[in-house]
Design a protein around this ligand. Structure first.
Ligand SMILES: [Zn+2]
Length: 288
């Protein structure tokens, strides 16, 4: 372990764990509203990851759990680092392995210091790791937990945007929902339905990809008071660093710059807007 650490410092570009430096900085501060700080290889480089984020102008990170173990770990990080907040939940691709005791853990964690959201939950037809009816049941259970606790939802959807909206709309039953459609890549019609329910739309590195013109058009239509930026680290490294792994919260500034460009705003203006939105939804982070 020690040997690999020192080698990484000598040859940062050769280490599989080296962290790409963002090409820009955001002096006004930005919040990465979705990162998995507990997913490999980020835990072993966590201090470096947080330092790089601070240098890039990131002053807040929402670290998102995907099962009981990672949710607990996210809560521990939130209690240790002022810039980290936690979301607790069971990912649709893990929900069929969740036990009653895992659910008890998630419920209990919603009352812990540093927890500001329920998730990540949602539906996934791409991986299809868990039977559909179990995914829907788990999703509904998270929506119920969100409404009982008042904590906003962090919602994943992949290859089933319309069905995700249907479950949300029927659970809302005419009421307003609080939460975010994270790393959104679906069609505008579904985004519009989610906005109508009261949800925010979060964009990750895919927004910056050359072949993502349709997604950028969706982002252009999302009102500026409902948009969020995120990394979904350690996955989905944004352009111009696409392909470099791992993605990490500092690189959210590239997605932010892309979103600013789409809306014809400066990076600083877009940072101020998305940070305002993140704090409106999840509560405030300490100033940097
Ligand atoms: Zn995620």
């Amino acid at each position: 372990m020690a040997e690999s650490t020192s080698r990484a410092q000598d040859h940062p570009q050769r280490s599989p764990c080296s962290l790409a430096e963002p090409k820009i900085q955001v002096p006004t501060g930005v919040i990465d509203t979705h990162a998995h700080l507990t997913s490999d290889p980020l835990p072993e480089r966590l201090e470096d990851v947080l330092d790089a984020a601070r240098r890039a102008g990131v002053r807040g990170i929402l670290s998102v759990g995907i099962d009981a173990t990672t949710s607990l770990h996210c809560v521990q990080l939130a209690q240790r680092y002022a810039m980290v907040r936690a979301a607790v939940g069971i990912h649709p691709n893990d929900c069929c392995r969740a036990t009653d005791s895992d659910w008890d853990t998630i419920e209990r964690l919603t009352g812990s210091a540093g927890v500001v959201a329920v998730g990540e939950t949602g539906l996934d037809r791409y991986w299809d790791d868990c039977p559909w009816d179990i995914q829907v049941e788990s999703f509904r259970r998270h929506i119920d937990l969100s409404s009982r606790t008042g904590l906003p939802l962090v919602i994943h959807t992949r290859d089933c945007a319309e069905e995700t909206l249907e479950v949300l709309a029927s659970a809302a039953a005419g009421d307003r929902l609080y939460g975010v459609m994270h790393s959104y890549t679906g069609p505008w019609e579904v985004a519009a339905g989610c906005l109508e329910l009261g949800l925010y739309i979060g964009f990750a590195g895919m927004l910056t990809f050359k072949n993502a013109a349709t997604l950028r058009e969706v982002a252009r239509q999302v009102p500026l008071d409902r948009v969020l930026v995120e990394t979904d680290a350690p996955y989905l490294t944004p352009h111009p660093l696409r392909g470099q792994r791992p993605n990490h919260p500092a690189l959210v500034v590239h997605t932010l710059a892309c979103l600013a460009d789409i809306h014809g705003l400066s990076i600083e203006e877009m940072a101020a807007r998305t940070t305002h939105n993140a704090e409106a939804l999840f509560g405030s982070w300490p100033p940097s």
